[in-house]
Design a protein around this ligand. Structure first.
Ligand SMILES: [Zn+2]
Length: 435
């Protein structure tokens, strides 16, 4: 039994412009930015959204549905802010803005027999930029499938400049991708996402297979740095610089979380027919008091975003995801089942009943997997006596490296004991003290 689910992937192409009017792309991006900023400005002036939509669309020097895409993007940013004030109110864009277009309207792609793809972008009404999309065999095949196969769909594209190069980012969606059935899963991978790390534990009905803690201390550090700067600048009344800084922070966090999610998927793919299990936090917005740890996690960006990245990359690889009720997972002893708040102290877990000790987040990941097994009919929840040593990865940015080039170093639990970051040591919070 399998489930179907739409999956979207972004294909990145360089643009080989052959119509000798490349600057039109630049002009169109300036106009997109103006449209975006205009939507924000009118919203903050108190206009209602229907009126904004009409007026801005009419005055935009863009193909109509391209203007619509940009207006939607501004509304999305505003909605996101009203729902979850994580980065503060969206502010006017000062940096270059991507030209976002609908397939078949704002841009079009044409496959040629010799394995090349030609593009036509309607940068301005009645003004086209044309040329070739140099592509690899894989990209060409995927694009052919997306254009010709009924199960696939070519979506919006963005024309933007990256590293000095004109690029086209095309989204393609597989409308009926097959994801393995949750109920048939052999390996249950519990996930515990925190501000500075994600813990994973793979359980079968007969025991624990393996576990890992992936640390990303820099995401937490950078975010704290950002919040401090933001506060200082707000006090000084500087909002413009604040916005540039925010864009940089968001990109950094975004890139790091992508790398983390790739590591997570690589690790999970070693197991036969896995299911990924998260704590379900969606009901918690409705005012249920789950204590400060949960509230902090709920309002921290990494949780939702990392979960999205993992879920979508997993689905792309045919791996299903599920969730369980989060209540008490971090306080429950994975060995004897005893649940008490005092079991947990920051990163250290020590059961008040059986004295079992563990890295608290790894323990929580095990509890999540156990809870999922308990929820299924006719599934055995394994008794755990001896747990494997805590394996650790740490994601770091190279001192001189680019923002999107983090590296991963591998530590064993033993190696970590020497520098005081052992999973069961009180000093395990050393890196993240001040939490
Ligand atoms: Zn216990």
């Amino acid at each position: 039994m399998t489930e179907t689910q739409a999956l979207t992937k972004t294909l990145v192409f360089a643009l080989d412009v052959q119509s000798d009017n490349e600057s039109l792309l630049h002009d169109a991006r300036l106009e997109c930015r103006r449209v975006f900023n205009e939507v924000l400005r009118l919203t903050y002036d108190g206009w209602d959204w229907n009126r904004i939509e009409d007026v801005v669309e009419q005055n935009a020097d863009l193909v109509q549905n391209t203007a619509q895409r940009i207006i939607d993007k501004a509304f999305d940013a505003l909605t996101n802010y009203y729902d979850n004030d994580d980065w503060g109110r969206p502010w006017y864009k000062h940096e270059m803005f991507p030209l976002r277009m609908n397939y078949g309207e704002g841009y079009n792609l044409f496959l040629e027999d010799c394995g090349t793809v030609r593009f036509r972008i309607s940068a301005k009404p009645y003004k086209h930029v044309k040329g070739e999309l140099p592509s690899t065999r894989d990209q060409f095949d995927l694009l052919t499938q997306a254009i010709e196969d009924d199960d696939w769909h070519v979506g919006t594209a963005e024309a933007l400049v990256r590293n000095g190069r004109e690029e086209l980012h095309v989204t393609v969606t597989n409308k009926s991708a097959e994801v393995g059935a949750k109920t048939a899963a052999e390996n249950v991978v519990g996930v515990d996402i925190n501000e500075d790390c994600v813990a994973l534990a793979a359980l079968t009905e007969s025991g624990i297979e393996d576990s890992i803690v992936i640390d990303y201390p820099e995401i937490k550090e950078q975010r704290h740095r950002y919040f401090t700067m933001r506060k200082r600048m707000q006090e000084a009344g500087q909002t413009a610089f604040n916005d540039v800084f925010r864009d940089k922070e968001q990109r950094f966090v975004h890139d790091q979380l992508h790398t983390v999610s790739r590591r997570v998927i690589e690790w999970i793919q070693r197991f036969d027919s896995p299911v990924i299990v998260f704590e379900d936090l969606k009901d918690m917005r409705d005012g249920i008091e789950y204590g400060t740890r949960m509230n902090r996690r709920l309002h921290s960006l990494p949780f939702a975003k990392l979960r999205d990245f993992i879920t979508y990359k997993a689905a792309w690889n045919g791996i299903p995801s599920d969730d369980i009720d989060p209540e008490y997972t971090s306080q429950q002893c994975p060995v004897c089942g005893h649940t008490e708040r005092a079991n947990r102290h920051k990163k250290r877990f020590k059961c008040c009943e059986c004295e079992h000790q563990d890295h608290a987040d790894r323990g929580a990941a095990i509890s999540v997997a156990q809870k999922w097994l308990r929820k299924q009919e006719d599934r055995n929840v394994p008794a755990l006596n001896i747990l494997p040593q805590v394996q650790k990865w740490e994601l770091r940015r190279q001192a001189s490296g680019p923002v999107n080039g983090p590296t991963v170093t591998h530590h064993t639990a033993r190696g970590n004991q020497t520098d005081g970051v052992s999973g069961v040591s009180d000093q395990s919070t050393g890196r993240s003290s001040g939490a």
